[in-house]
Design a protein around this ligand. Structure first.
Ligand code: GTP
Ligand code: MG
Length: 591
């Protein structure tokens, strides 16, 4: 029997009976410590207080919170089928925060509505919250049926009205159940008083919820945390380290790093102070060495070939929960932290800011503290991610405003950006690339350099070619394998079939030619006038962005260039600056 635990959250308007229902579930499934129920009944009697099942929770909270480090809003109970952890979510703000940060993760929810009071503000707000968090398995409990004489009409009216609301937010509940937490009707047993109702009781609906696939069985994801280089005693290992968020891999598996598209194969699994493993899975922090040496960076996601791969895009559709003191503004720069990636982003569009209680569509330009919004974010560079309902860990993120975590979010949809087609083409190119018998690492070691494209750009009238040619000469004279790729040579050769105006295609071809030269191990130098940020991005899709150095001459656009040069400067000096940059970036080794 599968005795895996399942996390359930219970939500609903204040006083609609959440705690009472949990108390009942605990009592009716014999999940309470021996004598607990009597003890509390006795206590109530002695203090002339009416007994409440909700008291059970308070009593348990006090006990459970001692010793064990669980937050006080969790209870445990068992059915024949499995164990449950039930999260009582009194404050939805806290709950949202915990869900997004990963502190709590509910797989299914019970939503409680008081039959007597009917649908209230939080009944709707909480429904919306569940939908925003991607919790799809929901049962609605119409509670306190005893107060309305177990009347079928009252139940049907609430069911109808609330179903209508849920439909708008695309939730289809598994079941509506009339219950009385206080009297124990339809909680763990079907009630005679509700004989007109033919559905399941609360316990059996819980048992009918499906367990999420375990993380091990999902596609492999490891956000790269660090790359360690060992140089001592002829040890030339490079270890790619990180925490495996989902899936599993073994020695010999082919892996791909996204978004850079670099590919290799697992050679060893390196564990500190432990014997060598052949296989490793979700939840472990570990390191890998690879057969083919590649250069990957923190922030990339290591994935397994053959698995469903993450999406890559620079546009993200997400639901954001904002906690910042200052509201989240459109077009202001924030940082997105997703896995180990940290990327500048801007809020581009707010589709809906939630006043979840009435689903009113307020068209707003900012998200206030404690508001929830459906929105579109634009990232400066593409990121690899999953949808939150597929792989939670790589489908949620936090937003940093000035060093403070100010918001959390979940990714709900993949949206193509304008490079998506090109990206798929490049993906295929890399997947099918034919390699000779000489690997990348051999070339790097033999040539004493890491191949890079050095792209000099700036206004048309500024002389970039002289710098490019001098750079080539000086690198060559110091023994480097270097090539100056004159842009005119491509225009009159490879590009002779396309019109001059088709800039994008020219840039694409420049990228592909450079890509081949880089594969050959060469430092490649090219110039291009008035290259726009978009054209640069296009190039960075064709050649991994880490392989392009952009040198801006006479034009400054913050954050885009690796180096800005003054066109008035002596060109010898300019070239020295570029060479210093290459040394600093570890591109040139001493031969
Ligand atoms: P908060 O935690 O404050 O949001 O409330 P809650 O949803 O946990 O409600 P709780 O279980 O504390 O119940 C609120 C009140 O409703 C208590 O006085 C309960 O006795 C009463 N109540 C709960 N369920 C029922 C029911 O089925 N029938 C009747 N008659 N009263 C109920
Ligand atoms: Mg309560």
């Amino acid at each position: 029997m599968n005795k895996k635990k399942m996390n359930i959250v219970i939500v609903g308007h204040v006083d609609h009976g959440k705690s009472t229902i949990i108390g009942r579930l605990l009592a009716d499934t014999n999940s309470l410590p021996e004598g607990k129920l009597d003890q509390i009944k006795e206590y109530c009697k002695n203090n002339s207080k009416p007994f409440e099942y909700a008291f059970l929770l308070d009593a348990l909270k006090d006990e459970q919170s001692q010793g064990i480090t669980i937050d006080s809003a969790r209870c445990f109970f068992k059915s024949k089928k499995r164990d449950y952890i039930i999260i009582d979510a009194p404050g939805h703000i806290e709950f949202l925060k915990n869900m997004i940060s990963g502190a709590a993760r509910a797989e299914a929810a019970l939503l409680v509505i008081d039959a007597n009071e009917g649908i209230q503000e939080n009944s709707r707000r909480h429904g919306y919250m569940l939908s925003m968090l991607g919790i799809r398995q929901i049962a609605v409990l119409v509670n306190k049926m005893d107060l309305v004489n177990y009347d079928e009409k009252v139940f049907n009216k609430i069911k109808e009205e609330y179903s209508e609301f849920l439909k708008q937010i695309k939730i289809k509940p598994k079941e509506f159940i009339p219950v009385s937490g206080m009297k124990g009707d339809n909680i763990a047993n079907n009630s005679e008083k509700l004989e007109w109702f033919k559905g399941s009781n609360v316990l059996s609906v819980l048992d009918s919820f499906e367990k999420e696939k375990s993380l091990d069985e999902k596609p492999f994801r490891m956000p790269v945390q660090d790359v360690y280089k060992f140089t001592a005693n002829g040890d030339s290992r490079r270890i790619i380290a990180g925490r495996i968020e989902s899936g599993s891999v073994k020695v010999g598996d082919k892996v791909v790093f996204l978004p850079s598209n670099k590919r290799s194969e697992i050679k060893t699994i390196e564990e500190f102070n432990s014997s060598k493993k052949k296989e490793i899975s979700a939840g472990n922090s570990t390191g890998f060495t690879l057969t083919e040496q590649i250069y990957t960076n923190r922030g990339e996601v290591m994935c397994k070939e053959g698995d469903k791969l993450p999406f890559v895009s620079s546009i993200i559709k997400a639901n954001i929960f904002w906690m910042g003191k200052q509201s989240m503004q459109k077009n202001k720069e924030y940082k997105l932290k997703l896995g180990t990636a940290k990327i500048p982003i801007k809020l581009k569009e707010i589709t809906n800011v939630l006043d979840a209680s009435n689903l009113s569509d307020s068209k707003k330009d900012s998200i206030e503290r404690h508001e929830v919004a459906e929105c579109i974010l634009e990232c400066q560079n593409p990121v690899a991610f999953d949808l939150v309902n597929e792989i939670t860990h790589t489908g949620r993120f936090v937003i940093v405003d000035d060093y403070d975590i100010s918001g959390g979010g979940i990714i709900t949809e993949f949206i193509e950006d304008k490079y998506s087609n090109l990206r798929s083409q490049v993906f295929l190119r890399e997947e099918k690339w034919y390699h000779g018998m000489i690997g990348f690492k051999e070339r790097v070691e033999n040539y004493g350099q890491i191949p890079k494209l050095i792209l000099l750009t700036g206004p048309k009238n500024i002389d970039k070619k002289s710098i490019a040619k001098l750079l080539e000469k000086r690198l060559f004279e110091s023994g480097r394998k270097v090539y100056y790729l004159g842009i005119g040579n491509i225009l009159r050769g490879l590009d002779s079939d396309i019109e001059k105006e088709k800039r994008e295609e020219h840039v694409r071809r420049l990228g592909e030619v450079s890509h081949i030269l880089l594969d050959a191990g060469l430092i490649t130098i090219a110039t291009a006038s008035d290259l726009t940020v978009d054209e640069l991005k296009l190039l960075q899709e064709i050649i991994d962005r880490n392989n392009v150095f952009i040198i801006g001459i006479g034009r400054l656009e913050n954050g885009v260039y690796n180096l800005d040069l003054n066109p008035e400067e002596d060109i010898n000096k300019s070239v020295t600056k570029i060479i210093d940059l290459l040394k600093f970036k570890g591109v040139l080794f001493s031969l």
